[in-house]
Ligand binder design. Structure first.
Ligand code: PLP
Length: 406
């Protein structure tokens, strides 16, 4: 008898989760590159800088010292202490060591939190445009993402009225991200206040804040985090952060959070049966990042600011496009409403922002990500975590591509 394997069936929990548009665009860009085309990719979600040397050296020293074994489940005591100090100094937040968790990237922090708290039918409010992993993680964990569009006129920020209207008895979490991937928009203390007042009235709703881009804010924008603004919410706020973006450490995979002890313990249960602990060597590197000299963080932020100013200026000079000035992160989120409905030289019509992104890539070899991939159209995201020379070439090409539309 012939042994024929049954066809593969993915689990229901991942069946609604497709390959992200970002990966599709990257795949197309790479295919064009393989054909020898000079493609400029403006899609990277990571700094183009290298991890600072003192951090690398700390990791090498840790390897030599034999720090190569399992560590404590959710972070070494030394790293937790450094995170505790960071929260206190930077954010005015005081966590005990057992109110802090360390994971394999902030992504795992979020995953642990959702897996540890969501039951089928639980709703999670996610303002859009948003980092798409939020809704995918919520769905994998069995929850229901509730996407709330945030208008450019409101600075891509959630309004108190929209939050109030979205809350139901089933709401478990609200997820806020400031500065935001993809919009670069950030919430000031005054922006947060009305949202926190709504949450004070709805005691069953928890708040997950993703402060991943805290260190990349520009000008006189003052970064704040909700748990510090409203201490009475502290028993239902998870404050998430990490070293990936601030210290150019995306590959080291260390993220962390501070929150209520019971939640942190439940998250540790998830982590114990997935990754056991974050990498010992990466934890040593993260310790050096948090306790070492911070000067380089500000220097790099100044570089990002120069690039932001250039890209926003260049995009706003292109008829058909308009770009809000972002307060932080390393992304612009420009409107392409003015080119929708136009016709490309090959006769195809630009009906959506995805069409526009495809047109920029195929006609002018520039890869950007359409806003629809982040839940808000018609926009496109540029990551300016690349050299000024590349940005200048890219913006020139985008201008030429737009000028060729009829
Ligand atoms: C808003 C936001 N949060 C979290 C992360 C995940 O960071 P990590 O590398 O720590 O998993 C990213 C990465 O792109 C992000 O953009």
């Amino acid at each position: 008898m012939q042994d024929t394997a049954a066809p593969f069936h993915p689990a229901t929990r991942i069946s609604s989760i497709g390959v992200s548009t970002i990966l599709q665009i990257t795949g197309m860009a790479n295919a064009l590159k393989r054909q020898g085309r000079d493609v400029i990719v403006l899609g990277a979600g990571e700094p183009d800088f290298d991890t600072p040397d003192h951090i690398k050296e700390a990791a090498i020293a840790a390897i030599r010292a034999g720090e190569t074994k399992y560590t404590a489940l959710d972070g070494t005591p030394q790293l937790k202490q450094a995170i505790r100090d960071k929260f206190r100094t930077d954010n005015g937040l005081d966590f005990a060591l057992d109110e802090i968790t360390v994971s394999t990237g902030a992504k795992q922090v979020l995953y642990n939190a959702m897996m540890a708290t969501l039951n089928p039918g639980d709703e999670v409010i996610i303002p859009t445009p948003y980092w798409v992993s939020y809704s995918d993680i919520v769905e994998i964990a069995g929850g229901t993402p509730v996407l709330i569009p945030c208008a450019e006129a409101d600075g891509f920020r959630l309004t108190a009225a929209a939050l109030e209207a979205a809350i139901t008895p089933k709401t478990r979490w609200v997820m806020l991200n400031s500065p935001s991937n993809p919009s670069g928009a950030a919430y000031s203390a005054a922006d947060y206040r009305p949202l926190l007042d709504v949450l004070l009235r709805h005691r069953h709703v928890w708040l997950m804040v993703d402060d991943m881009y805290e260190k990349i804010v520009y000008g006189d924008f003052a970064f704040v985090t909700p748990a510090a603004l409203e201490p009475t919410l502290r028993d239902r706020v998870l404050t998430v952060n990490g070293v990936s973006k601030a210290y150019a450490m995306t590959g080291w995979r260390i993220g962390y959070a501070g929150g209520p002890r019971a939640l942190i313990q439940a998250m540790a249960v998830v982590q114990s049966q997935s990754t056991s602990c974050p990498s010992s060597v990466s934890q040593a590197a993260a310790l050096a990042a948090l306790t070492g000299t911070q000067g380089i963080v500000a220097e790099r932020c100044a570089d990002f600011q120069t690039r932001r100013d250039y890209v926003v200026g260049a995009l706003n000079a292109i008829p058909g496009l308009s770009c809000r000035m972002p307060e932080g992160a390393f992304y612009t989120f420009a409107s392409c409403a003015g080119v929708i409905g136009k016709t490309a030289p090959d006769g195809s019509v630009i009906a959506t922002d995805a069409d526009f992104a495809r047109y920029l890539l195929t006609a002018r070899d520039v890869a950007v990500v359409p806003g629809s991939a982040f839940g808000l159209a018609p926009y496109f995201r540029i990551s300016y975590a690349t050299s000024m020379a590349e940005l200048q070439r890219a913006c020139t090409r985008i201008a030429e591509a737009c000028a060729a539309l009829r």
